[in-house]
Design a binder for this molecule. Structure first.
Ligand SMILES: [Fe+2]
Ligand SMILES: [Fe+2]
Length: 188
């Protein structure tokens, strides 16, 4: 499947706004991959597909997680939208025939993050937060930081995500905290 075929198939699964968001994430991810000297194609595919499962209704997400025998934490049961990364990655593997492990990881982890995320996953996390359609000033800051230093941008984004979740009174996934700690301790 080439990128145009993937786009066409994805377009049928998402609302026009979400599809446009996916295209912008792909474009920013591509730009960052070039800047960080990482092979561009898998990054573009991961960016395009990261939200493939984002519009699946919550009860359905739980059913799919069950079907794929995904072990669920209590937080994920309470907030099924958190599963759209992991369920999306499994759909891409089982229904789209995508086998590239780093692409699948990037899709799986873009919601919560995790310690030891690979670089494609980091770029997708940055691009999802910082794509130009996101109007918030923190997205603009993240975009500027990403052009200077990948790790600084990732750390900033985890801080912003965690602050937002706490300020909103939402449940915070433990992996998000573990990921932030890991990135704070990571030196390169
Ligand atoms: Fe998402
Ligand atoms: Fe997204």
């Amino acid at each position: 499947m080439d990128l145009e075929q993937i786009k066409k198939r994805l377009k049928a699964k998402l609302s026009p706004d979400r599809f446009q968001h996916s295209l912008r994430v792909m474009e920013l991810a591509r730009k960052l991959a070039t800047l960080y000297q990482i092979p561009v194609t898998p990054v573009a595919v991961a960016g395009l597909l990261h939200d493939v499962a984002r519009e699946i209704p919550h009860p359905e997400l739980l059913k799919l997680a069950d079907r794929y025998r995904l072990p669920l934490s209590e937080v994920e049961r309470r907030v099924p939208v958190m599963l759209h990364g992991r369920v999306g990655a499994l759909q891409l593997k089982k229904e789209w025939g995508i086998e590239h492990a780093e692409i699948l990881e990037a899709v799986a982890l873009h919601v919560t993050g995790a310690p030891e995320m690979n670089k494609i996953s980091q770029i997708i996390m940055i691009a999802d937060f910082a794509e130009p359609g996101r109007g918030h000033f923190t997205s603009r800051i993240a975009r500027e930081l990403a052009l200077v230093d990948r790790l600084t941008a990732v750390r900033y984004i985890f801080d912003q995500k965690i602050k937002y979740i706490i300020d909103s009174g939402f449940l915070l996934h433990p992996l998000t905290i573990e990921a932030r700690n890991w990135f704070l301790l990571e030196e390169t």
